[in-house]
Design a binder for this molecule. Structure first.
Ligand code: IMP
Ligand code: MG
Length: 177
């Protein structure tokens, strides 16, 4: 147990709020894919690993878990070009695919991923993100399943980090300073 609990980031979205929302998203996704056959969940590493773990265990549809790793930020700084670090290990052609992202900020990562996977000919392709930062209306992107809209601030916890810190906080907190 870290001694200095006073240094923990202030809560933006509590554990209870996350828990309820993940339940709702899982129910909605389970309804939408009830007759679709196997759903391929593509978790975006590293940030989505906790959300994907919780979401996937609450689905009632047949599913398989895959991971992809992309890099778009250098050390928590500004958004830049997206790079593929680790590809899927399975073809998605003809399959129903749901991208599971932790957070949508500039949406560069999501756009890159959607273009890349769409080119592989899936039966369907949708996106689920736990949080999306509120941006100017012209910079908004559509997310099929969205947990929360948040202010345009750096957040940590529930998989999200700042320079690899705070990833395993059980809630989503605001990075101060
Ligand atoms: P985008 O390409 O600008 O939408 O950024 C998406 C990626 O940047 C996310 O998948 C995260 O890994 C990272 N990111 C963006 N904003 C935050 C944040 O507030 N906290 C932690 N990671 C973030
Ligand atoms: Mg990410």
């Amino acid at each position: 147990m870290p001694a200095d609990r006073g240094s923990l980031p202030p809560v933006l979205i509590s554990q209870e709020q996350i828990d309820r929302r993940v339940d709702e998203l899982a129910a909605q996704i389970s309804r939408d894919y009830a007759d679709a056959g196997e759903l391929v969940l593509v978790g975006v590493l590293k940030g989505a690993f906790i959300f994907l773990a919780d979401l996937s265990r609450r689905l009632t549809v047949e599913r398989r878990i895959e991971f992809i790793a992309l890099s778009s930020y250098r050390d928590g700084a500004v958004s830049g070009a997206v790079r593929l670090l680790m590809d899927l290990r399975t073809p998605v052609q003809g399959r129903h695919v749901l991208i599971v992202e932790d957070i949508v900020d500039s949406a560069h990562t999501l756009e890159y991923l959607v273009d890349m996977l769409q080119a592989r000919g899936p039966a369907s392709l949708r996106c689920c993100a736990l949080v999306r930062k509120q941006k100017a209306p012209e910079a908004q992107v559509d997310v099929d399943y969205l947990g929360f809209e948040i202010p345009d601030r750096w957040v940590v916890g529930y998989g999200l980090d700042y320079r690899e810190r705070h990833r395993t906080l059980p809630y989503i907190g605001l990075l101060e300073g």
